[in-house]
Design a protein around this ligand. Structure first.
Ligand code: SAH
Ligand code: SF4
Ligand code: F3S
Length: 485
């Protein structure tokens, strides 16, 4: 594992070697500095956090905020008020990168107004050497840069920045260890993401994730179960198990455990009511998993199964390792086992070499699989991936035309599929007071669809029966069912 460092290491001989003790030591060191500075300023030090990208990043940012909160920072949602700004970045498509560069100029202005301001950049984009080079060269006002493998070290790196006054850059090529038991600041009190694995070994030819998140590593089932039990004791009723390819969970553990088996064990946790997971790769989807899901009382009837393309020829060039027919077969099995299942997907349009015929194959799968919704993406060339050097990139106007046609079809089918549950009574996890009407609350069905119904804040975090009185396309209006009914 290589490390890139840009500073002379101060004497940290007092710091414990072992994790997480070492990080708790640095959290207390940062806390002393924060306390001193906020005493001088006569106000708390504030942190503003921005997170883009997938649920992995969202969960990572909860960990970053957990560390900072314990170190004495107070959160703010006003970037202008912040003394520390931390951006957790994504690089899966080029527009994600552009957004970050766009905001950096603004941060430079903020720093001129508030010399106290420190700027930290982390996450997937920072794993790319050309990004770090650009920051070193053109964005010298950035204070701290780290990657995806050392987020647990935030306190140590921030401390280093605060005592040296130098720009601190530490990006690792791979992960050293999975550090457990650091603080987390959860966004919702009643639901939480739970990492079950990190990284990805699939190397789909368009995708940068395996390069920026490293090789696949599964957490020990005992650590996962312990974390979920603790979450439940804190009031969490729903967990989302996170991994780039959850279906291959556990294959590389010393004692291999399948994803289906992990689900069985999680199901037994008393007090936990709902289990979700993301993302499944079709090539590793087992019959055992479908069976566990079918028999489960807790696993939500929602399956996100990325298609990417409906053309077997393109799927092969994408290195997805399934055919159009195999994908449709899995969809058939899932729907047969669970007729009420909500199925969603991701599709890329304009992969190099995609012809009109290939695209029509994708449209055909969309028609046959009848996804409840789909995230559609225009192919984005990622430097360093095999697809980036493929010839026959598709002209922009053709891609745009296909994208529009696909989106129209996806929306039409989504609309036709929506409203299936109108008139029925369903369990709803109440998530928040409705943003438009404060006499209403908003909750989520097991299949991830939103429902709005009369209620108040006291219902937040509870799972209650609601009659779906009216379908409004992509959401329902409903009424809470009281016990007498
Ligand atoms: N691990 C998940 C998703 C990872 S990224 C999976 O295997 O499905 C989320 C989605 O971004 C992908 O499903 C894919 O549709 C899209 N994506 C990834 N790389 C892309 C690229 N280079 N251009 C456009 N979309 C991309
Ligand atoms: Fe990317 Fe493929 Fe891994 Fe998903 S499975 S993260 S698309 S390489
Ligand atoms: Fe983006 Fe990294 Fe997730 S590249 S999609 S934030 S794993």
């Amino acid at each position: 594992m290589s490390q890139k460092k840009d500073w002379m290491l101060p004497d940290f001989s007092e710091a414990p070697e072992a994790e997480p003790d070492r990080q708790y030591y640095f959290i207390s060191q940062v806390k002393k500095l924060v306390r001193q500075r906020s005493g001088e300023l006569g106000r708390p030090l504030k942190v503003f956090s921005l997170v883009v990208g997938c649920q992995m990043n969202a969960r990572d940012s909860e960990k970053l905020l957990g560390i900072l909160e314990q170190a004495g920072y107070v959160q703010t949602d006003q970037e202008e008020d912040a003394d520390l700004v931390i951006y957790n970045t994504c690089t899966v498509r080029e527009n994600a990168n552009q957004k970050v560069y766009g905001r950096l100029g603004h941060l430079n202005n903020l720093k001129k107004q508030n010399p106290e301001l420190k700027i930290a950049l982390c996450g997937c984009m920072m794993q790319e050497p050309h990004v770090v080079d650009a920051i070193k060269k053109s964005y010298r006002f950035v204070d701290l840069v780290f990657g995806t493998h050392n987020i647990y070290k935030l306190a140590e790196l921030l401390y280093l920045r605060l005592i040296t006054g130098q720009m601190v850059i530490e990006v690792w090529d791979g992960a050293a260890e999975i550090v457990e038991d650091l603080p987390v600041d959860r966004k919702y009190p009643f639901k939480s993401g739970v990492n079950i694995m990190f990284g990805c070994n699939n190397f789909c030819s368009y995708c940068i994730v395996p390069y920026v998140r490293g090789r696949e590593r599964s957490r020990n089932p005992e650590d996962i179960l312990r974390e979920i039990r603790r979450l439940v004791s804190e009031g969490v009723v729903e967990v989302m198990l996170l991994g780039q390819n959850v279906n291959s969970y556990g294959k590389n553990l010393d004692t291999p455990v399948s994803f289906a088996e992990l689900l069985r064990r999680i199901e037994q946790i008393e007090g936990l009511e709902r289990i979700r997971f993301m993302t499944s790769h079709p090539k590793d989807l087992s019959d055992e998993l479908i069976e566990v899901m079918r028999c489960s009382q807790k696993i939500c009837r929602h399956f996100h199964l990325p298609l990417q393309s409906g053309s077997t020829r393109i799927l092969e060039r994408m290195n997805r390792r399934y055919t159009k027919e195999q994908f449709l077969e899995i969809v058939g099995k899932l729907k047969k086992a669970m007729p009420d299942l909500s199925l969603t997907t991701d599709i890329i349009v304009g992969f190099p070499g995609e012809t009109e015929e290939d695209f029509l194959e994708t449209m055909d799968v969309v028609r046959k699989a009848r996804f409840d919704s789909a995230f559609t993406f225009i192919y984005s060339k990622r430097t360093g991936t095999p697809a980036a050097s493929m010839e026959d990139q598709v002209p922009e106007n053709e891609v745009k035309d296909r994208f529009d046609r696909l989106l129209a079809l996806v929306q039409q089918i989504g609309q036709e599929e929506s409203g299936r549950d109108a008139g029925t009574v369903q369990k709803v996890l109440v998530e928040e007071v409705n943003r438009q009407d404060e006499c209403m609350v908003t909750g989520r069905l097991g299949n991830n669809v939103l429902v709005h119904f009369p209620g108040d804040a006291s219902l937040i975090g509870t799972i209650i029966p609601v009659k779906l009185t009216e379908s409004r396309g992509f959401y329902y209006l409903g009424e809470q069912i009281t016990e007498e009914e």
